[in-house]
Design a protein. Structure first.
Length: 342
């Protein structure tokens, strides 16, 4: 058992470090080829922070641990809102970006409901995985529209609310991107990216092996390990990015990071459980875990919608999300303690 725990800790440590470095490398490469700072922040950085979940999911499915993959996707969305966004809202009254609330957040809500519909029969098929993956195309379509809007701005043109939000997001993305600036030649950046990606793959494999072994030894279902230990570990990049955004007073980036990451968890992570190999889903995952993910996502959607006039989230919102997350984790611990006794 100690070996399994050691593998999990080592896997999580290398996973968090390599994911952070990969985001920096990808941002430097993207800037070298002339991508806008806004698109870097909403695509490359968002993809980078979701890369651990995606790679863990792929390796888990190919290793025959599809339940771990589904648990990882749902658990990461639960942790992102219940824990990370909850902590962020407690630290500061998070400002709301109107564009995120009117476009990306409704897309996240639709994808979450769609995922629940696919889980009703307790399995994910190739077609269902493909349908989830198309949501990523819709997401990129929204980002493309935003990039065209940003590019159309003229210096003397009057700026409306939507354009102002886009400019603020672009400024935030620029600050994030500048942190990872590098003077290395482009060839060296590609080499560093390849090395960090290799470390990401290796650490993900170690994490999956350790988590699966621990689940078998203590008699806990893989799905439970997926929605707790693995999900929290793979959410470390989102936690780092969110706290950094708050420190710089870029609250819209903090909320946008969570929304973008959760969209990718459904479209690029959960979809793998159906695309690569049909996965059977435990009833508890389709009801208990998905139910909590739906509750937190719906609460974020409603709170953001009704808080638009105020322009920010309040601390009690964060308290609600954290309490919900802690109650959920406590319930899992008590439930599996009784199962282990029996």
């Amino acid at each position: 058992m100690m070996l399994a725990v050691f593998e999990i800790l080592i896997g999580l440590a290398i996973l968090g470090w390599s994911a952070d470095r990969m985001v920096d490398n990808a941002s430097d490469i993207a800037r070298h080829y002339g991508m806008s700072n806004l698109m870097i922040g909403l695509t490359i950085v968002a993809f980078g922070t979701s890369a651990p979940e995606m790679i863990v999911s792929i390796i888990a499915v190919l290793s025959g641990s599809g339940a771990l993959s589904v648990g990882n996707a749902l658990g990461s969305n639960i942790a992102n809102i219940g824990l990370i966004l909850g902590i962020a809202a407690l630290i500061a009254p998070l400002k709301l970006d109107k564009r995120l609330c009117k476009k990306e957040l409704p897309l996240l809500m639709i994808l979450t409901i769609g995922a629940g519909f696919f889980l009703l029969d307790l399995k994910l098929t190739w077609l269902e995985g493909l349908l989830l993956l198309t949501g990523q195309g819709v997401f990129f379509g929204l980002l493309y529209t935003i990039s065209r809007t940003d590019g159309a701005l003229e210096p003397q043109t009057q700026i409306d609310d939507t354009q102002q939000n886009a400019l603020e997001s672009q400024s935030a993305a620029q600050e994030v991107a500048q942190e990872s600036s590098s003077n290395l030649p482009i060839s060296n950046l590609w080499i560093h990216l390849a090395v960090n990606l290799s470390l990401l793959l290796l650490s993900s494999k170690i994490l999956v092996i350790g988590a699966s072994t621990l689940a078998e030894l203590i008699g806990v279902p893989e799905s439970v390990i997926g929605v707790t230990i693995v999900a929290l570990g793979t959410s470390l990049p989102e936690l780092a990015a969110t706290l950094a955004s708050i420190k710089k007073n870029q609250h819209d980036m903090a909320v946008g990071n969570i929304i973008g990451s959760n969209i990718m968890n459904l479209t690029l992570v959960l979809s793998m459980a159906g695309l690569l190999r049909q996965t059977t889903v435990a009833a508890e995952v389709a009801t208990r875990d998905y139910g909590i993910a739906l509750l937190l996502t719906t609460s974020l959607f409603l709170v953001s919608f009704f808080s638009l006039k105020k322009g920010h989230l309040e601390k009690w919102n964060g308290a609600f999300w954290i309490i919900t997350y802690l109650l959920y984790i406590t319930y899992l611990a008590i439930q599996n303690y009784h199962v282990a006794l029996n």
